[in-house]
Design a protein around this ligand. Structure first.
Ligand SMILES: Nc1nc2c(ncn2[C@@H]2O[C@H](COP(=O)(O)OP(=O)(O)OP(=O)(O)O)[C@@H](O)[C@H]2O)c(=O)[nH]1
Ligand SMILES: [Mg+2]
Length: 293
């Protein structure tokens, strides 16, 4: 039997020693795997006898945990949805780090500001929108009256495959439930004590949307650290340098810190680049330097 004839599918759920595979004939089956198989939701697989074999990945999004270990969030994505809300608050720099992680994996990031029924989330949206909207899509939505949910569905309807990432409690699972009537993910109240999420979702799962496209719900985490990129790659992916007027730095591997004839620094001096965007870049640069030591 050639590889062409083997049963193929995609991993749609991951449960430690077993994965749920949706085969090309539409059937979903649970298949046992080794605990540290390294498979993730989004992986294309084929069956070799009773064994599941992973095919080469097109895209891989990595995340560094606070403990310093690297995780694969999902594979074979077109887009990555960064979900935030006014409560719980996401860590400083979270959006920028996640954008860099997505872009460095050739995955297009977008932002969803959820809980627009809360005035504080609308304020957050008004802060975020002018910074990012010229580079990536920024949506405002809520799952109470579902305002804004159709725009996210339209975005996916071209047949995109994406994943939602964000801290626990921002409403990733709730948005998925609102996007498709067949999806019934468990959602959880915030803790009364500190208004943080309770890590309700514990495994990643992939869902087909009835209006087109596929979306992976992922467990919330405390922060999204950038992994597997080099310091001189950062400015290529950083959101804020991409719309600067045409120009070149003297050195090809310029880090835009102290180098002479730096185009980014000249844009900063002429106020084309804001101080705060530049400072966020410097803090990401410092994070990446530290993590690569
Ligand atoms: N006010 C308001 N609350 C919302 C909205 N969307 C979700 N919530 C609430 O936020 C809480 C967390 O929602 P979840 O969907 O479980 O959040 P999550 O991001 O999936 O959290 P984890 O699975 O723990 O990562 C729940 O109490 C939801 O009812 C919204 O648009 N407005
Ligand atoms: Mg969830």
């Amino acid at each position: 039997m050639t590889n062409e004839d083997k049963r193929k599918g995609i991993i749609v759920g991951h449960y430690g020693v077993a994965v749920d595979v949706k085969f090309d004939d539409g059937l979903i089956e649970s298949i046992r795997v080794k605990r540290k198989s390294g498979h993730v939701v989004g992986d294309y697989i084929y069956m070799d006898g009773n064994f599941l074999k992973r095919m080469e990945r097109n895209t891989i999004v990595h995340r560094r945990s606070q403990g310093g270990s690297t995780h694969v969030v999902a594979s074979n994505l077109d887009v990555l949805g960064i979900v935030v809300s006014s409560t719980p608050v996401s860590p400083k720099g979270f959006i920028d780090r996640t954008i860099v992680a997505a872009r460095s994996s050739s995955v297009n990031p977008f932002i969803v500001v959820n809980k627009s029924d809360l005035e504080s989330s609308v304020t957050l949206y008004n802060e975020i929108k002018p910074v990012y909207e010229s580079s990536i899509p920024v949506f405002l939505a809520n799952t109470i009256d579902n305002n804004g949910i159709d725009s996210i569905k339209n975005y996916f309807s071209a047949g995109l495959r994406g994943a939602f990432v964000g801290v626990s409690g921002v409403g990733k699972s709730s948005i998925l439930n609102s996007m498709c009537k067949d999806i019934e993910l468990v959602t959880g109240e915030l803790s009364y004590r500190n208004e943080k999420g309770r890590h309700t979702t514990t495994t990643s799962t992939l869902h087909e949307l009835d209006t087109g496209g596929e979306l992976i719900d992922t467990p919330g985490f405390r922060d999204f650290g950038v992994a597997n990129i080099l310091v001189d790659e950062l400015s290529e992916y950083y959101c804020g340098f991409d719309n600067l007027k045409e120009g070149y730095c003297k050195f090809r591997n310029c880090l835009h810190v102290n180098e002479p004839d730096c185009h980014v620094k000249s844009c900063l001096e002429s106020n084309e680049l804001s101080e705060s965007r530049y400072e966020t870049y410097l803090s990401l640069l410092s994070d990446i330097k530290k993590s690569s030591i």
